[in-house]
Design a protein around this ligand. Structure first.
Ligand code: NI
Length: 175
């Protein structure tokens, strides 16, 4: 497995539309393992989409199980995901591995139902709400070449991160 390089805004490749996956084979599963490792290595690390690492296939991974007290499905690998129904609208703060220095307020559907293949190529249906539904909608936007920056509630709804998620330089202690 490997941590892959993440494309960072304003890399023009982030605007590319991804292609459907035709078959699930071992090469694809190996890539999904690398994609997941890349997600978990990043700050936040609750979701990632294949185009963020320069692979323009319709694959996203979401795992919001680290957030306390919210409904979720655990680790989700979604291949060729399609939102079948969506209801409600709620504004919430989003970040993105491809936009490391900013967060922004974005309106998303509150509840969605979703069709997608799992890692065996089987069709699955999911109903989800709240933060998990937001994370899936955010990651699916990447498949269309969209970032949260394209969906800000207003031009004032972007915020520079106060804490940089970079390793601290080690300070040498006086001996
Ligand atoms: Ni993102």
């Amino acid at each position: 497995m490997a941590v892959l390089e993440i494309l960072v805004y304003p890399d023009p490749r982030l605007k590319q539309i991804s292609e459907p996956v035709e078959t699930v084979d071992q090469a694809l599963l190996d890539f999904i393992a690398d994609l997941e490792e890349t997600m978990r290595a990043g700050p936040g690390g609750v979701g990632i989409a294949a185009p963020q690492v320069g692979c323009f296939k319709r694959i996203v991974i979401v795992d919001v199980s680290c957030k306390p007290k919210i409904p979720h499905h655990g680790r989700l690998v979604l291949i060729n995901p399609v939102i079948a129904t969506s209801n409600g609208s709620v504004v919430g703060r989003e970040g993105c591995l491809s936009v490391p220095d900013y967060t922004g307020n974005v309106a998303r559907a509150e509840r969605i139902t979703l069709n997608a293949w799992d890692e065996t190529g089987a069709e699955r249906v999911y109903s989800m709400e709240g933060f998990e539904a937001r994370a899936v909608q955010h990651e699916m936007d990447h498949l269309e070449g969209l970032l949260f920056l394209d969906r800000l509630v207003s031009r004032r709804d972007i915020f520079r991160r106060k804490v940089y998620q970079k390793p601290r330089a080690s300070v040498s202690k006086p001996s």
